[in-house]
Design a protein around this ligand. Structure first.
Ligand code: NAD
Ligand code: ZN
Ligand code: ZN
Length: 368
């Protein structure tokens, strides 16, 4: 079949929206008709060419949600018509990591996914007979895509796609970090560095867990305002003395839980320092530039602080994303407020511009 898709032809050039060929799903694969897709920093980072592991030509996009249109041989957990959220982080349930129950880092298809292929080492996308690579195993800047069954979370079909697509990446990363990775305790004090989609997700998760104080640091006044709307109890401007700002608000002790959601290693250091003496737990979510390192004064660790990180906030996609969709449907997660702009696929480059200008929180592409 032919589908319109946003193709990365060359780094640092606008994406080209064009018709490409999409082959039917093979064994263990599913054809998904995409209904909505968020525009995430990782798409822009790859398109810029700065990410050394990036590749082109490929169909970008990874924050998608849609409807199953066809299934390949042996697919048992999904059927035509099911509503799904696309996962860059699969959950096979069979690999050593999945079976351990200790991590969401499923190893089943990692190697091929990182190279831009489906698990069998080939692509379903092509152009003029030449293969076109998949991106993050998802490629959701397209009217339809083919993905592995183990990378699709089946969700409540009543949920609006434009809201739940954000659970494919940014929103879940923050929410899950607070809910499942850090397991924020009721009555605790939380400090969140950065109030983009990831940081605001952590605000939502901390609120859901019953945190008493949620301090949010962000130099952007608009982002601080957003944080207050989503449940922050106090906002601070952050900056070079971000850790001190948290200490000043917590009797010099620090917060029970800190979350870093900026991607800046200097801020990661602040988030470690702002974790409470004795038991503070710092969760790093931002993706730092390649080669950058995080320096931690060992005394912070000896005196009881702990540091962890979480890809996708530690969420196990097929298990947790449907639960988050249900929380949203129960009115417990305000996802609608996170959508700032609705775009068509043809406006995908505008989505990058808006992100670059820090205009709004999330641009969502909707497909008619
Ligand atoms: N762990 C994962 O799986 C995962 C998933 C998605 C995104 N990410 C990463 O998470 C990070 C945040 O993503 P986002 O979409 O929310 O980004 P974003 O750019 O929308 O938000 C970052 C925020 O940090 C703020 N900031 C800048 N300097 C600051 C400082 N000194 N102190 C406090 N805040 C400061 C900015 O004003 C901005 O509001 C990025 O690095 C992104 O790549 C990680
Ligand atoms: Zn993303
Ligand atoms: Zn697995």
């Amino acid at each position: 079949m032919q589908v319109r898709a946003a193709v990365l032809d060359a780094f640092a050039q606008p994406l080209v929206v064009q018709s490409v060929d999409l082959a039917p799903p093979r064994a263990g694969e599913v054809l998904v008709r995409i209904r909505a897709c968020g525009v995430c920093h990782t798409d822009m980072y790859t398109a810029s060419g700065v990410d050394p592991s990036g590749y082109c030509d490929c169909v970008l996009g990874h924050e998608g949600a849609g409807v199953v249109e066809a299934i390949g041989e042996g697919v048992t957990s999904l059927k035509v018509g099911d509503h799904v959220v696309c996962l860059f982080s699969p959950e096979c349930g069979q690999c050593v990591n999945c079976k351990s129950g200790k991590t969401n880092i499923c190893t089943a298809i990692r190697a091929q996914q990182n190279l831009g292929f489906l698990p069998d080492g080939t692509t379903r996308f092509s152009r003029s007979g030449k293969p076109l690579k998949h991106f993050m195993g998802t490629s959701t800047f397209a009217e339809a895509t083919v993905m592995p069954e183990i990378a699709l979370a089946k969700v409540n079909p009543s949920a609006p796609m434009e809201a739940i697509c954000m659970l494919a990446c940014g929103a879940t990363t923050g929410i899950a970090a607070a809910l499942y990775k850090a397991e924020v305790e009721e009555g605790s004090t939380v400090a969140i560095f950065g109030a983009g989609l990831v940081g605001l997700g952590a605000v939502l998760g901390a609120k859901l867990r019953g945190a008493e104080r949620i301090l949010v640091l962000d130099p952007s006044a608009a982002r601080r305002e957003a944080a207050l709307q989503f449940g922050a109890t106090e906002v601070l401007s952050g900056g070079d003395d971000g850790a001190q700002q948290v200490l000043d608000q917590t009797d010099g002790l620090g917060a029970d839980y800190t979350f870093e959601a900026t991607g800046l290693v200097s801020v990661m250091g602040q988030a470690v320092e702002a974790a409470r003496l004795g038991w503070g737990l710092c969760t790093i979510l931002g993706v730092a530039g390649r080669g950058e390192t995080l320096n931690i004064i060992p005394r912070f660790l000896i005196t009881g602080r702990k540091v962890q990180g979480g890809s996708f906030g530690g969420a196990k996609g097929r298990t947790h994303v449907p639960q988050l969709v249900d929380l949203y449907m129960d009115g417990k997660l305000d996802l609608d407020g996170l959508i700032s702009h609705r775009l068509s696929l043809d406006e995908v480059n505008r989505g990058f511009e808006l992100m670059h200008e820090q205009d709004g929180i999330r641009s969502v592409i909707t497909f008619s």
